[in-house]
Design a protein around this ligand. Structure first.
Ligand code: GLA
Length: 386
């Protein structure tokens, strides 16, 4: 369906046919939050929602882009000084620039895109946009850039053109996703393993608070700075520690007088979270979903109390999950709003969703949005249409 939407919008905007269509998804993350930029492990999977784009080379050195959902247009060149003003266009421009830096000869193109990943809901709509264009331009300009480097180009786009010092989880999941499998990713080495995830008797469901935190990017960057400050303190005694992933609670305790209480708590959360990912991995191998769920609750507590990236609405939904006997629940993604991810027994699904909707409505005057998780394939070409 999205393929038809982008194709007809493209024809209407640019009057040309024979367009190539590409798509790349958003992601969920079972566990391992704020561990990626700490060199740790994450456990994401691509979802059945993402960005779809129609693209055709135009033989010039300019890009003409149309954001269908916003009904906005942008036109820009490909030199560093040509950065467009609209934030959505900066993602496309950033990808062009990062691919050029990696040796790809990028020329002008026309494009129209649409998306069905909710914006600001913690499902990585921006990574879906970056990965769509990274994957597509590499194909269309006969590039030899591998998917690891395409993911890095997406991450660098966030760093250099969008002001978010993110890790690599989202772009990696969007490019490497595989239907029915989560990805256990080591964010230092980028070694990864597909982990079939078809829990018998359980479902994953997202509840969207509909809260979008305005200061999310600066708050996110400050979390990263806290982690780096603690690593710098630990390195004085333990030079082998490259990331918080390498640190232990004992090492953290040694530097308690040298770092701020806030930074201490941030690092305490991360060190615990790195270990929780491994515990969840082991539990999944045993089919032990109770442990998986318990770790999810522990993550929520840490993100709320120590890392302080939750918000009242997320805590409210998490508490409802606990009261309803849901196996696991936690804030998903960067935080400050967006969704909780819930591991729910089949039999509990209906009553839980009903209760959560009713209580949230009574408290906040609106129902949370509900998304069933369908773990899907990563970036792909949908073919040429005419
Ligand atoms: C955002 C970032 C990711 C990651 C998560 C938190 O989604 O883009 O790199 O840090 O937050 O786990």
């Amino acid at each position: 369906m999205n393929k038809e939407i982008v194709k007809s919008a493209f024809v209407q905007q640019y009057g040309a046919t024979d367009v190539a269509v590409f798509a790349s998804p958003g992601r969920i993350n079972l566990i391992g939050e704020h561990t990626d930029y700490n060199g740790g492990f994450v456990f994401p999977g691509a979802i059945d929602k993402g960005i779809t784009a129609a693209i055709k080379l135009n033989g010039s050195d300019r890009v003409r882009a149309y954001a269908i959902d916003l009904n906005e247009r942008a036109e820009f060149g490909l030199r560093e000084e040509d950065a467009p003003a609209q934030s959505w266009a900066r993602y496309i421009f950033g990808i062009c620039r990062e691919l050029i830096k990696r040796g790809l000869v990028v020329g002008g193109f026309d494009t129209a895109f649409t998306g069905d990943v909710p914006l600001g809901a913690g499902m990585s709509s921006s990574a879906a946009l970056e990965s769509t264009y990274a994957f597509a331009l590499n194909r269309l300009f006969d590039g030899r850039i591998d998917k690891f480097e395409l993911a890095r180009a997406g991450q660098a786009t966030e760093h250099n053109y969008c002001g978010v010092k993110c890790g690599i989880m989202d772009q990696f999941a969007s490019l490497f996703g595989q239907a029915g499998s989560l990805i256990l990713l080591d964010c230092r080495s980028l070694e990864y393993r597909y982990f079939p995830f078809r829990p018998q008797g359980y479902r994953l469901v997202l509840l969207d608070t509909l809260v979008k935190h305005e200061l999310a990017s600066s708050a996110y960057n400050r979390r990263r700075q806290s982690c780096e400050a603690v690593v710098a303190a630990i390195q004085k005694r333990h030079p082998e520690v490259e990331f918080l992933r390498d640190a232990t609670f004992e090492m953290l305790a040694e530097v308690s007088a040298e770092v701020s209480a806030e930074d201490y708590h941030r690092a305490e959360y991360v060190i615990g979270e790195v270990a929780r990912v491994m515990a969840v991995c082991d539990a999944l191998e045993r089919g032990d979903y109770e442990t998986v769920g318990q770790k999810m609750y522990e993550t929520h507590d840490g993100m709320s109390r120590l890392y302080e990236v939750s918000c009242e609405e997320l805590d409210f939904l998490n508490a409802i999950a606990r009261e309803s006997g849901v196996t696991g629940s936690r804030v998903m993604g960067g935080g400050f709003g967006g969704c909780t991810i819930n591991l729910v027994k089949d039999a509990l699904y209906e009553p839980f969703v009903r209760t959560a909707k009713a209580k949230y409505l009574a408290r906040y005057g609106k129902e949370p949005k509900v998304y069933d998780v369908v773990i899907s394939d990563g970036a792909r070409e949908l073919g040429i249409t005419n």
